[in-house]
Structures are given as C-alpha cells and as structure tokens.
Design a protein around this ligand. Structure first.
Ligand code: SAH
Length: 272
C-alpha cells in the first residue's frame, strides 16, 4: 500500500508556534524529514512513533541535495509510510515546498500541505515590528537575499516603498543596504535585524540604514536572521511584548546616537 506525504510548515522555531494541524500530522507520522530551521526540540514527544532524518542545509554547505530529499521522501512513502516533511516557517515561502509537492504529484504519491507561521512576519514580530501599520506602511515585500539583488529589484523596492523583509540576506547585506541607499532609500530609514528569532539566543539590532552594516559587523550577525527595512521599525520601541528578546548593548558600541539609545532603553524597559 502506498503511503502519503504531508508537507508541514513548522513555524519560526518555537514548538508552541506549530499549528494544531501540524501537531496532528506529526502525531501520525512514521517518518519525519526535517530541516535545519524546523522546530526539532522535543519533537519526539509530538511524533512518538516516527523515525527522524535531518536533511537540513546550512548556508554554503548543501549537505543533502534537493534531489536526494525528494528520493528519500518518495521511497519512504512508497513503502507505505506517512512521511512528514517538516520545514521551517511556511512551506510555500522561499522554502522549495512547491518542488516537493511537484515531485510527489509526478510520482503519484498523495500529498497535502499544512501551512506554517512564516518567519517573514513572525520574526519581525518578535522584535515588536509589525510589517504593516496604518499610516506608516501599507505593503510589505518579502524577498530572498540568497543571491545579490539585481539593480531592477532594488529599484523596484525603493519605488514601491512600504516595508522590505529580507530572508537569507545576511551574506548579501552589504550589497543590499549600500545599493538601496544609492538608489534613493533615505539613509535614516530604520533597519532591524532579528537573529535566531524565538530561540534563547535571539538578538535584535536596530540602526538607521547608514549605520546598520557597521552595527551588524560589530555584533557579528549570522544566519538565520530576518532583516526589516522601513519606518515600521520605529514602532519596535512601542512594543509591549518583545518576548525573550536579548538586547546586548555591549556588543553594539556603535550605537551612540541619542535616538538610538532612547530606542534601546524603551525596548529594554519593555523586556523588564
Ligand atoms: N519557509 C521559511 C523561510 C525559509 S528561508 C519561512 O516561511 O519562514 C530561510 C530564512 O528564513 C533564513 O535565512 C532566515 O532569513 C529566515 N528565518 C527562518 N527562521 C528564522 C528564525 N527563527 N530567526 C531568524 N530568521 C529566520
């Protein structure tokens, strides 16, 4: 008997940000293929009878190719298993979920998709940053920074306005921030970087566009991080629930300007 595949969006990393439908899928899984950014902590508790396989990729080191993920997924399903392909965030946001769905369809394996909470919206929220806000921003663009953005893309972002959310953008951040300013993004536009959102190591950095590269370099920001560019970042200071944010000002000696210090004070106050 042929099994089936369920593509599950695991949310931004905290186990309690899984959906009920995701939890149900895990509970009936025989085989789980999970990513690096999927919530794996205490996962066996939710999927007691499942066998786990880490097929996570790290930036620059593709440990398991997309093709071999497809092979593993399909052969486990052909053996009659319920295969859960657990992915970070939402499977259809910059996650190659549609390729996995297509592979199942081509192979004649039944496949369903469980949407997840995307990091594009939830990770900024961990810093109290809304992606839209009435009177501030009525649009947000989510874009991959995996490869350097083209001149056309950058120009488009500047002319649309609104909020820009960049995933996989740490490696290309220098090019992105410099080019956006060259193409007309006001240099005072606030930028927020949230590193390892929803983990105990979560860090939030905020600085104007013209300073963010310096601040990020000093803090040694690493992937995974979400970058938010736009006036909504000013609202971070008003957030009254920034979760378990860790704002380590000692790593940010560059943050000297009065308004930045004010911003940090109010965020630290919100944490207390
Ligand atoms: N499908 C996923 C995105 C996959 S791309 C989703 O919907 O969230 C992977 C990128 O997502 C990372 O490089 C990073 O930019 C972002 N990301 C995912 N989880 C994150 C987290 N917990 N903290 C910070 N960034 C995260």
């Amino acid at each position: 008997m042929t099994g089936r595949v369920t593509l599950v969006g695991g949310g931004p990393g905290a186990i309690d940000l899984l959906t009920l439908r995701a939890v149900r899928a895990l509970a009936s899984a025989d085989v789980i293929l999970h990513d690096r950014l999927a919530p794996t902590e205490q996962l066996s508790q939710w999927a007691p009878q499942a066998q786990f396989f880490d097929v996570g990729k790290r930036p620059g080191h593709h440990r398991v190719t997309q093709e071999s993920i497809h092979q593993m997924m399909l052969s486990a399903a052909r053996e009659g298993n319920h295969v859960v392909r657990l992915k970070g965030g939402d499977p259809f946001v910059l996650g190659r979920g549609c390729e996995e769905v297509a592979a199942c369809r081509e192979a004649g394996i039944p496949v369903t998709v469980v949407p997840g909470i995307t990091s594009a919206i939830s990770v900024p929220a961990a810093a109290g940053v809304p992606v839209t806000a009435r009177g501030v921003s009525k649009a947000f663009t989510v874009i991959s920074g995996h490869d350097p953005l083209s001149e056309d893309e950058l120009r488009g972002l500047v002319s649309l306005g609104g909020t820009v959310v960049i995933l996989m953008g740490v490696g290309t951040m220098g090019h992105t921030i410099e080019s956006l300013q060259r193409l007309g993004l006001p240099t005072q536009t606030p930028v927020c970087l949230v590193e390892k959102g929803y983990s105990p190591q979560q860090r939030i950095l905020i600085a104007p566009a013209q300073r963010i590269l310096e601040v990020a370099a000093q803090a040694k920001v690493r992937s995974p991080a979400v970058m938010v560019i736009g006036d909504v970042v000013h609202l971070a200071a008003d957030a009254d629930d920034v979760g378990r944010s860790v704002l380590d000002t000692s790593t940010m000696p560059a943050l000297q300007r009065a308004e930045e210090i004010q911003l940090i004070r109010s965020m630290v106050g919100a944490l207390a």
